[in-house]
Design a protein around this ligand. Structure first.
Ligand SMILES: [Mg+2]
Length: 314
């Protein structure tokens, strides 16, 4: 797909695409600004230092980077951006005055995707930028698809593992509580036996939608853990807060009023939830938090299902 087709099929989430133009000569920036201003948001930097700051703060979608600059050179800017997980996926196109093969090879080794020679030809620079933006959008899209559960469209297990590790480190650093809510549908095997797998899938989709009501904060995450099991990561939420959210989720699922004649918890589809909360430290691991939540989920089942059980670890 070319850039137009991609943007039409998958609108970019945060407004227009952003291109960062870096050059120590403002006149060179001006030329590129004129090429791109109608189409993209053009960010500018006149030094390597400034370029690094803009990248950290604004995350451009692509960078046109001058090689020869006083202070931090283009090559060094490239090296630092590629060394940082937050910025390493931003495509970099070097813009150079003399085209020397050795220099070009070095740039590719450092992770640049392309080269353009000055003085720039507007048609060529525009075509190259559009090609690399299209590739970037496609790889972003692939990465996000790889993290989504195909049936319910919530995060998948892989995304959950990644997010749990990130939340664990953040809460460890900040001394804040981390809550996990593990839940599953009550008597789901009997549901599938009674209503069929197609209806079972529809039920999972509806439940996943209802569970979203329990999420409040930007770093909260709902994932399908497997089969009829889901899990929520609630960073910065203590055990009381997690119990409130779990109760919201439990009620939201009941409120769907999906018939389940073969459930021992009543005649409607319901969920059981287990919560474990702790302030991460080096005596515990993310796995031990998950195991504790699983134990609480088991307890909720034992005590009659359609309920929340919680534990605070310390
Ligand atoms: Mg220069």
């Amino acid at each position: 797909m070319n850039l137009e087709q991609l943007l039409e099929a998958f609108p970019h989430p945060v407004g227009p695409l952003r291109i960062l133009v870096v050059d120590d000569q403002p006149v060179n920036i001006r030329v590129l600004y004129e090429v791109f201003r109608g189409e993209f948001e053009v960010l500018m930097a006149t030094s390597g230092e400034q370029a690094l700051t803009v990248c950290q703060e604004q995350r451009p979608d692509i960078i046109l980077l001058d090689v020869v600059m006083p202070g931090i050179s283009g090559h060094e800017v490239c090296r630092r951006l590629k060394a940082n997980p937050d910025t390493r996926d931003i495509p970099i196109i070097f813009v150079t005055s003399q085209r020397e093969e050795a220099e070009e090879a070095r740039g590719f080794e450092m992770g640049a995707v392309d080269f353009i020679t000055k003085p720039v030809n507007p048609v060529i620079v525009s075509a190259r930028v559009r090609t690399h933006l299209a590739l970037k959008l496609q790889s972003d899209l692939l990465r996000s698809i790889a993290m989504i559960d195909g049936l319910t469209k919530v995060a998948n297990r892989r995304k959950f593992d990644e997010a749990l590790a990130i939340s664990w480190r953040a809460c460890l650093r900040e001394g804040r509580p981390l809550s996990l809510v593990l839940l599953d549908l009550d008597c789901f095997k009997q549901y599938n036996d009674r209503y069929g797998h197609q209806q079972g899938d529809n039920c999972l989709i509806a439940v996943a939608g209802a569970l979203g009501h329990g999420l409040r904060r930007p770093h909260d995450l709902l994932a399908r853990y497997g089969g009829e099991e889901f899990v929520c990561i609630l960073p910065g939420t203590d055990v009381q807060g997690a119990m409130q959210r779990a109760e919201v989720m439990r009620k939201a699922v009941r409120a769907l009023e999906l018939e389940h004649q073969h459930s021992t918890a009543g005649l409607l589809v319901s969920i059981s939830l287990g919560i474990a909360t702790l302030i991460p430290d080096n005596d515990f691991s993310p796995e031990s938090l998950l195991a504790a939540a699983d134990k609480q989920l088991y307890r909720a089942k034992q005590e009659g299902r359609d309920r929340v059980c919680a534990i605070e670890l310390a």
